[in-house]
Design a protein around this ligand. Structure first.
Ligand code: NAD
Length: 256
């Protein structure tokens, strides 16, 4: 039974993870860490900061909080050689470097998207990429999302571009020579792969990767309908994380 402490344990993800991980059967959520008191403690102890954690009572720390608090979490995990899974996004280069330094003293997994469907759709897209002449990405999110395009869509384009370059496919030519409205063709996210962002109330996180070749098309679509979609990926990361110290970025290597 792995004992888990969740940083950001009072937040939207923290509360879902506390329930979802406890329900897996092989994890016990022993502590919730948050500056705010959690609505539901579910039998875990509550502490205001990682400094209140007892390292002898925690095997893995899971952090879904905010970028500033990730640094303190990583330093505590390094000082106590406790493994760490980070889902918090938006780390700046200084915060990211602090996580990398901490990974010299403990095992850390850092992933911007723990949804297994998103990981697999990126993998399938990379597999398809060399075989189609054109590809465009449409990412669709709720109307509270402040950044565009999504980090997930940029990661997908990166994987597509890498796969095309490995197969010696040239960058995609842009056929449009006259834009009646500026921005109609979305943004070139690399080698002519266009990304289009949609923001609407009612959506959660969705993505379509559209491929086109002579006489055929292929669409790879992924939908996150609920934050529950991240729980299996976090559980997989906890179970699969290496014993050796170091940083694993993304959960792709754990999805076989
Ligand atoms: P949220 O605002 O609901 O929760 C964040 C929690 O962190 C809050 O309860 C807040 O009080 C707490 N917190 C802030 N500072 C803290 C500190 N110093 N110490 C302890 N706790 C602190 O946000 P959320 O929707 O749960 O998302 C949390 C993070 O997870 C965000 O960065 C989000 O982008 C990320 N996220 C990642 C994935 C993924 O797959 N990697 C999926 C969903 C969300």
């Amino acid at each position: 039974m792995k004992r888990i402490a969740i940083v950001g344990g009072a937040g939207r993800m923290g509360q879902i993870l506390a329930q979802g991980l406890a329900a897996q059967g092989d994890f016990e959520v022993t502590a919730l860490v948050d500056v705010h008191e959690p609505h539901d403690r579910g039998g875990a102890i509550y502490v205001k900061s990682v400094d209140g954690l007892d390292p002898s009572n925690v095997d893995v720390v899971v952090d879904f909080s905010n970028p500033e608090s990730v640094v303190a979490t990583a330093n505590w995990c390094a000082a106590n050689a406790v493994a760490l899974v980070i889902g918090t996004t938006g780390l700046d280069p200084v915060q990211r470097a602090a996580v990398e330094r901490a990974s010299a003293s403990t095992a850390i997994v850092l992933a911007a998207n723990f949804s297994l469907g998103a990981v697999l759709s990126e993998r399938f897209a990379a597999q398809a990429a060399p075989y189609f002449d054109r590809v465009e990405v449409i990412e669709l999110h709720h109307d509270k999302k402040v950044d565009a395009p999504s980090g997930t869509s940029l990661a997908a384009v990166h994987a597509i571009v890498e796969a095309r370059r490995s197969a010696h496919r040239a960058a995609i030519d842009e056929p449009t020579t006259r834009n009646t409205l500026e921005g109609s063709r979305g943004a070139d996210a690399g080698d002519g792969v266009r990304v289009h962002s949609v923001r609407l109330p009612g959506l959660v996180a969705h993505q379509e990767i559209l491929f086109g070749g002579p006489g055929e098309g292929l669409t790879i679509r992924h939908d996150s309908f609920d934050r529950l979609s991240y729980v299996p990926g976090v559980a997989l990361a906890i179970r699969s994380m290496p014993d050796a110290y170091g940083l694993t970025v993304g959960i792709d290597t754990f999805v076989r």
